[in-house]
Design a protein around this ligand. Structure first.
Ligand SMILES: Nc1ncnc2c1ncn2[C@@H]1O[C@H](COP(=O)(O)OP(=O)(O)OP(=O)(O)O)[C@@H](O)[C@H]1O
Ligand SMILES: [Mg+2]
Length: 353
């Protein structure tokens, strides 16, 4: 990406030279930022990348955990090898060993051919286990055993194989809290969190929000072959006053939407964007038009719906897993999902599990 257009005199946008690309080796990853909080995380990425130990990337949604995982891979001696991302929530519980470790021919009814699992695919490279909090108890046991001795046996196979794989994991919840609630293995958390990197939320990165917005805008101009479009100063103020619950991804999406709607050479962000709910400048007029009781009921209803939708997304539609993550009985969760008409979002195959 060419950042050359990112800053313009007259706008409080940092000059292009301040954009930070990591080494040439992975400049295409474009991990951008220059705030102290972000640079601390970046320093750790650089420092820990060459090691062989597992790394756990923590941080809210959209803070760049996957980007950091790729950076770790490309800054490590494993760079020529593969980077294999795996979403733990998407692995069906019954198939967790065969997905991770592969299977031998005839291991089960449909296994007509032997198949490599993710571990074998990541040989000499990095296995990125995303959304670790969604790993089932069975998956946790399998992963723990593997991390302990780097050995595995494909399902139905006779020989123990040795893996040459570096594991990098990510989570946007506090795994320690899951351990305290009895739904995550403490020994696995110890294994995974030897080296931990916290990606800070965007609201703690100061001016990075403006720098990132300018860089995204510049990239969009290139992608859509448009004449240069710059951030209007009002937009800069807007960017700095938001809380960004969806972090860099939310910012990227907002800029993309605004860019596509923009007909001028200066981009003004909409005054009341859909994602502005958590912003300090939130418009609260009308809140007191209803009785306290009605307003509270409506807020609770909105919260329940948002929580359940995100929960289902994280659990990949698996209602049993969603119930465990939420610390609720499955039947009670099912009732709530029905109340909000969210049962269709839940995968019926999983819903029966
Ligand atoms: N520092 C950064 N510079 C440039 N782009 C970034 C940065 N951090 C994140 N992004 C972009 O933001 C988006 C979200 O990043 P990413 O997928 O790595 O986040 P995540 O923490 O893995 O999110 P989730 O927890 O939801 O999976 C991606 O499009 C990524 O390219
Ligand atoms: Mg991710």
């Amino acid at each position: 990406m060419n950042e050359g257009e990112a800053g313009r005199p007259g706008h409080s946008i940092p000059p292009p030279g301040s954009l930070i690309d990591l080494d040439d080796a992975f400049a295409s990853l474009n991990l951008l930022g220059e705030s102290a909080a972000f640079l601390d995380a970046l320093r750790l990425v650089r420092r820990l990348a060459p090691s062989e130990a597992p790394v756990l990337l923590c941080g809210e949604t959209g803070t760049g955990k996957e980007l950091a995982a790729r950076a770790i891979h490309y800054l490590s001696p494993r760079r020529p090898g593969p980077f294999i991302p795996v979403n733990c929530g998407a692995i069906p519980d019954g198939l967790v060993e065969s997905e991770l470790f592969g299977h031998a021919r005839g291991a089960f009814t449909d296994a007509r051919e032997p198949r490599d699992g993710f571990v074998a695919q990541a040989a000499d490279g990095t296995l990125f286990l995303d959304e670790l909090e969604t790993l089932s108890p069975r998956g946790q046991v399998a992963l723990l055993r593997f991390l302990q001795d780097q050995e595995y046996r494909p399902v139905g196979g006779e020989r123990l194989l040795i893996a040459n794989v570096r594991v990098v994991g990510s989570t946007n919840v506090d795994l320690g809290a899951l351990v305290r609630r009895g739904i995550y293995r403490e020994d696995l958390v110890y294994r995974l969190s030897v080296l931990t990197i916290l990606l800070p939320p965007l609201r703690e990165r100061g001016n990075d929000v403006v720098l990132l917005a300018a860089a995204f805008l510049n990239r969009l101009c290139g992608r859509y072959r448009s004449a240069p479009v710059h951030l209007h100063p009002d937009s800069v103020a807007r960017l700095l006053s938001q809380r960004w619950p969806g972090n860099v991804r939310e910012l990227e999406n907002l800029i993309h939407r605004a860019f596509l709607l923009c007909e001028e050479s200066e981009l003004r962000l909409p005054l009341d964007p859909p994602a502005a709910g958590a912003g300090p400048a939130r418009h609260e007029a009308g809140l007191t038009d209803r009785s306290f009781r009605e307003a509270k009921a409506s807020a609770i209803c909105a919260f329940e719906r948002a929580y359940l939708a995100e929960l289902l997304r994280r659990a990949n539609g698996n209602v049993s897993l969603a119930a465990r993550l939420a610390g609720k009985e499955r039947s009670r969760l099912g009732k709530l999902l029905r109340k909000h008409g969210l049962t269709r979002g839940a995968d019926r195959r999983h819903a029966l599990s």
